[in-house]
Design a protein around this ligand. Structure first.
Ligand SMILES: [Zn+2]
Length: 410
């Protein structure tokens, strides 16, 4: 009998755990390995949490999944997902919500994200992320691997010394990286808010502690300052200019544009945000224009060879489980080469997380984070919406691929 959808079915967990003792073999007509290579009629052998061979012999007693014509890729990575953001009773949930309820909504977002084929996300960030991250890492509840910055650094009145202290506190609290706000929002023009000295304090201290830094920066000046301060990535960057993209290439700074999901999601769900915090009519009018602004900047970025463009969506409430929309917009509207967009969503984003030797590509020794799509996203971008088989760390967490399955039914 084939194992089918096992999501959130606690009763099946002992069965799952037992099944992991057997090697699992995935057969697929097309495998995109995440680094730019395409393999045909490949046999991927998984043992425990890892890939042990590709095109090796099928070990005796292996459980075989014949994925038929599906297209297999590494698990996708979203480098910017606010996994705790959610709606409650048709409105953006906020203060006053019981934390027990908030964490369950966060869990639902995590499940939707994983089902969509995203096996790792980076959340920048909220203190609750830590509980979600650690719960999923315990291996019972399904969800993507989560990295979190915990509470970001936002306050421009902090002294550089205080910023260094906060960075050390975050590390103590268990942050995987540091998130810094260096500019205002796109709605407010994105002007630089932290000084060069403050950015040097944040990114310099983090680096000394072995932590990466991701920086919210919209204006060219703020992106430039973050690049010169040695920060790891520029997030959003709606107004980055050619000279700053050149500087980012020179410094090896990652660029994380979010052009395909976040603004569109706000506009589609306007009534659920309007009137809360700084979500007002003016802001929404601006976001409508912002869709084109960020698309134009993305097209500009593509003209800079060597610029390391990673795959973040800035997913907020309403967007979780649709993280693939970013891929569609980057390729269809932005004109990015689909193979480059896939590399961005897999091996390049893994490298940006300092996890390039564990996830983001399909090769012996890598974690078995493996997704199969109904269709080939390189030929039909909308196939990115159809992840029908998802494995994370060697465990099958979703299998809707029955139609595609032939032969060896066990
Ligand atoms: Zn964000």
């Amino acid at each position: 009998m084939i194992r089918s959808i096992l999501l959130a079915s606690l009763a099946l967990v002992p069965f799952l755990a037992a099944a992991q003792d057997r090697p699992i073999v995935l057969k697929a007509a097309t495998v995109l390995d995440g680094t730019g290579k395409t393999l045909r009629n490949a046999t991927i052998v998984v043992n425990g949490s890892k890939i042990v061979s590709i095109d090796g012999a099928v070990p005796p007693g292996a459980e075989v999944y014949d994925l038929g014509p599906l297209t297999v890729t590494p698990g996708w990575i979203d480098t910017h997902s606010h996994v705790m953001y959610h709606f409650n009773n048709g409105r953006l949930a906020g203060r006053g919500e019981p934390p027990e309820q908030a964490i369950l909504y966060g869990m639902e977002n995590a499940v939707m994200t994983l089902n969509a084929g995203f096996t790792t996300i980076q959340s920048p960030g909220s203190p609750e992320d830590k509980y979600l991250r650690d719960a999923i890492a315990r291996g019972i509840l399904p969800g993507p691997r989560i990295l979190t910055s915990l509470q970001p650094i936002t306050d421009p009145s902090l002294t550089p010394e205080r910023i260094r202290e906060i960075v050390r506190e975050r590390k103590q609290q268990g942050a995987d990286f540091i998130k810094v706000f260096a500019s205002k929002s796109i709605r407010e023009g994105g002007a630089q808010t932290l000084s060069d000295a403050q950015l040097e304090a944040a990114c310099g201290e983090a680096k000394a502690l072995g932590l990466r830094t991701i920086v919210h920066a919209h204006s060219a000046a703020s992106a430039k300052a973050a690049t010169l301060a040695g920060c790891t990535s520029i997030e959003h960057g709606a107004y980055v200019t050619d000279d700053v993209f050149d500087l980012m290439v020179q410094h090896g700074t990652y660029y994380d544009p979010n052009i395909g999901l976040v603004l569109q999601n706000y506009l589609e769900n306007k009534e659920k945000f309007l009137g809360i915090g700084n979500y007002n009519e003016e802001g929404f009018a601006f976001m409508q224009k912002g869709v084109q602004i960020v698309l134009d900047t993305f097209k500009k970025a593509l003209k800079h060879p060597g610029l390391k463009i990673i795959y973040g969506t800035d997913a907020v409430a309403g967007a979780h489980g649709r993280n693939y929309e970013e891929f569609i917009v980057r390729v269809r509207d932005g004109g990015q080469d689909p193979m480059q967009a896939l590399i961005s969503a897999t091996s390049l984003s893994a490298k940006s997380l300092n996890l390039g030797d564990r996830i983001g590509s399909l090769a012996p020794g890598m974690e078995a984070d493996i997704v199969a799509f109904d269709g080939n996203p390189l030929q039909d971008v909308t196939a990115a919406r159809r992840a029908v088989f998802v494995m994370k760390a060697g465990r099958v967490v979703e299998n809707l691929a029955h139609d595609a399955k032939r032969g060896e039914k066990k």
